[in-house]
Design a binder for this molecule. Structure first.
Ligand code: 3IO
Length: 335
């Protein structure tokens, strides 16, 4: 009798445990490299809330901002190997790895993050580039157009001579053409580099003036309209494959929506951040002359040529891809 009772107790306990784990569903870990207040992490929290709501709590998302799970440079590999289920990559940190999607990082004068993010998403959908074949892409978006934020005033292009500025990807090359000293590193290393004086400033979007408090050190901002940085949110392939069909549908349906949400958020937020920096630190904003903007554009042209050569090397139809991107850009800008 005692034996039967304890057997029953054990099976009740087991049933409860199984029930609890079925109710708790799946927890997905989501790694991000920059600190929590920055826009890649803001969009991550928004996505988490939407996913948890739309799956009725069947999926829980555990977020790790600020390189607490994976850093900027081991993000891609870390997601591929399953150290995190989901991760955020800035594709400019992986030279040569993304020959197709790096087209979005070219100097083609995006003025809207929403447009750039939609263009990136559509390009991915249309071409399904094999550079992403080892991961599942959940969404994509870009940073806002990039400007110079500096400890020294850049009032004219010649003030860039020899100036050490942090950047990544195509912007690094444009900087060298303009006589500046580009220093390549991820955003997550930039606060320390600025603090130590390794760089005198950076080239990125204005959101970081506020979110990383760069306005305190970089009191001079110069409007340069340089490229946007492309981002991809990637998921471990095996973890994706193991999800139930209805969960996959929720996540797939969110892809484009999240790109639009993030683009709109950042377009709005960069103006707020700049206004905040003016108010709090009296930062000065310089615009260049028309001739200088033409010079910046000229410095960007060899990059487009170089991108085409790399794309052809990677077996891509570079001309068609570039034309398609410009057509999408024109389409969304007209809307
Ligand atoms: C960026 C990256 C991380 C956090 C906030 C950010 N705002 C703009 C960017 C783009 C950039 O400079 C980069 O390195 O991806």
């Amino acid at each position: 009798m005692r034996k039967i009772m304890s057997l029953m107790a054990a099976s009740i306990t087991l049933a409860c445990l199984m029930g609890a784990s079925a109710m708790a569903g799946t927890t997905l870990t989501y790694a991000n490299f920059p600190p929590a207040p920055t826009f890649p992490c803001v969009q991550m929290e928004h996505w988490k809330a939407e996913v948890e709501k739309r799956t009725n709590g069947n999926i829980a998302v555990q977020t790790f901002p600020g390189s607490t799970l994976l850093g900027a440079k081991n993000m891609l590999r870390g997601v591929q190997t399953g150290q995190a289920d989901i991760g955020c990559i800035s594709t400019a940190y992986y030279p040569g790895v993304f020959p197709l999607i790096s087209v979005v990082n070219l100097p083609v004068a995006f003025t809207s993050t929403e447009v750039a993010s939609l263009v990136m998403w559509d390009m991915f959908q249309k071409y399904q580039p094999k550079e992403f074949k080892d991961v599942k892409v959940l969404t994509m978006f870009t940073s806002a157009p990039s400007h110079v934020m500096s400890k020294v005033a850049v009032k004219q292009l010649s003030d860039l001579k020899g100036l050490e500025l942090r950047a990544s990807g195509s912007i690094l090359k444009i900087l060298s053409g303009l006589g500046a000293q580009g220093v390549g590193m991820p955003m997550s290393q930039t606060p320390e580099a600025l603090q130590k004086g390794v760089v005198k400033g950076l080239v990125s979007s204005y959101d970081v003036l506020k979110d990383l408090n760069f306005a305190e050190q970089c009191r001079y901002e110069t409007v340069t309209n340089l490229p946007v940085y492309p981002f991809a949110i990637i998921m471990n392939k095996a973890r994706w494959d193991a999800l139930p069909a209805e969960t996959k549908k929720v996540l797939d349906d969110l892809g484009r929506e999240q790109a639009v949400w993030t683009g709109k958020y950042l377009d709005d937020y960069t103006s707020q951040a700049l206004a905040w920096a003016k108010e709090k630190y009296q930062v000065e904003v310089f615009e260049l002359t028309d001739t200088e903007y033409v010079e910046i554009k000229k410095q960007g042209e060899p990059l487009i040529t170089a991108w085409k050569a790399d794309a052809v090397e990677a077996g891509l139809d570079a001309e068609a891809i570039l034309a398609e991107m410009l057509a999408l850009k024109a389409k969304y800008e007209a809307q």
